[in-house]
Ligand binder design. Structure first.
Ligand code: SF4
Length: 398
């Protein structure tokens, strides 16, 4: 896929067919972690307040174009860095759109009354906390021990928040260079002790721009261990949890657990607002400008701050749905055929043939399902997908 910057990329019309998600990006972090490839910058209060104000304006631009959204996902960075601003953004989104679910990412040091009360007032249903690991040695290597405290302290904070939101998600990471099997076992035991509603277990993703820093601070990444660790994690978690996506596990008994980290699984369409956000609406994939000051400037001039867009052809759209739906565990072939009004065989025979041959998917009635091995194939593909997105972002910035 080529995805080249254009002078006048455009959004598709804002008709209200189907379920849509509003993704809002807040790129500020109080201190940057060395391994992180996400779209983030150091926190500066003045710039951050101007950014939140631009985000509210961008919401109004989408409303004026006739868009409606059923859910909101706020990712970062650290969205709760200025919680008064975030509360105002969420209350505006609820005023403008038919928002049901709201999910917000945060960090362990923000699990305090002063930040949680505004989130509850704003109607947040799912809080996702970036933990990565409870292992103190690893937290120190990741530069997170000083910021967020020891693994024990983080676990106690998580326990104290249980029950305040419909879903409390623990964002974990595996395959850090110095991480051992024993350290993962300890993390799994701590998660069981907290009895958290949902666990998202990402593999370490290293973009080209962070590889050197990761290798200097943490050591080289050994992708050969990744499958061993993934199998250990998923087998352990599946005793109490079910798959919501290949790397997200939701507690079997929790009815309210609906939103997962990968909103791309649940929503066919999503708009990406904020600097560097990527959206996918009616087959058009687009990116906002990555430069924060340029983003604020464009929005202040009442312009949707698009930097690039690309309209997918039918083959790419079907392949995209194939990838995302199976990432969520299963794909309904009848529903997908109806969505595009075509015979899927023409477009999907090769990937279906290949993944059945390698034991990654199986067919039951008119649905495809990932096997245990297939889930790991999808983890690898999604890791590569997100790494490519991060590389693309770094390329556009440079
Ligand atoms: S890991 Fe989270 S807190 Fe650390 S720099 Fe990345 S987005 Fe910010």
């Amino acid at each position: 896929m080529t995805f080249s910057p254009q002078e006048s990329p455009a959004l598709p019309p804002g008709n209200n067919k189907g379920k849509r998600l509003l993704y809002l990006h807040v790129p500020f972090c109080e201190r940057l972690c060395p391994y992180c490839s996400f779209n983030r910058v150091p926190f500066e209060e003045k710039l951050c307040r101007a950014y939140f104000s631009a985000l509210r304006k961008e919401i109004l631009l989408y409303r004026d174009k006739g868009y409606d959204f059923n859910g909101v996902y706020v990712g970062g960075g650290t969205p709760t860095v200025l919680v008064d601003e975030l509360e105002a953004v969420l209350s505006l989104a609820r005023e403008c759109f038919s928002v049901g679910e709201i999910s917000v990412e945060t960090n362990p040091d923000h699990l305090t009354e002063v930040r949680l009360a505004p989130l509850e007032r704003a109607g947040v249903k799912r809080l996702s906390v970036g933990i990565q690991s409870f292992d103190d040695a690893l937290l120190k290597a990741m530069d997170r021990y000083d910021k967020y405290g020891s693994g024990r302290r983080i676990a106690e904070r998580m326990k104290s928040v249980m029950g305040r939101f419909d879903t409390l998600n623990a964002d974990m990471m595996f395959n850090f260079p110095s991480q051992t099997g024993a350290s993962i076992e300890n993390d799994l035991d701590t998660l069981a002790e907290i009895a958290v509603d949902q666990v998202t277990y990402y593999p370490l993703m290293v973009s080209d721009s962070t590889r050197r820093q990761v290798e200097q601070k943490l050591g080289s990444v050994d992708e050969r261990r990744e499958y061993v660790y993934y199998r250990r994690i998923s087998r352990q978690l599946l005793k109490e949890y079910r798959f919501s996506s290949a790397w997200c596990f939701s507690r079997k008994t929790a009815e309210a657990v609906k939103i997962v980290d990968e909103y791309v699984v649940d929503y066919d369409d999503y708009a990406g607002l904020g600097s560097g956000s990527i959206g996918y609406l009616a087959g058009v994939c687009y990116a906002n400008t990555f430069d924060i000051e340029d983003y604020i400037d464009r929005v202040e001039k009442d312009r949707i701050p698009l930097m690039a867009s690309r309209t997918f052809g039918i083959r790419e759209r079907i392949h995209y749905d194939f990838l995302m739906k199976l990432f969520g565990g299963s794909l309904d072939l009848i529903a997908l055929g109806k969505k595009y009004g075509v015979s899927l065989f023409r477009y999907l025979w090769l990937p279906i043939f290949f993944f059945r041959l390698v034991g990654g998917i199986e067919r039951r009635d008119n649905r495809l399902f990932l096997t245990e091995r297939g889930r790991y194939h999808w983890v690898v593909m999604m890791r590569e997908f997100f790494t490519a997105v991060n590389n693309f972002r770094d390329f556009c910035r440079s």
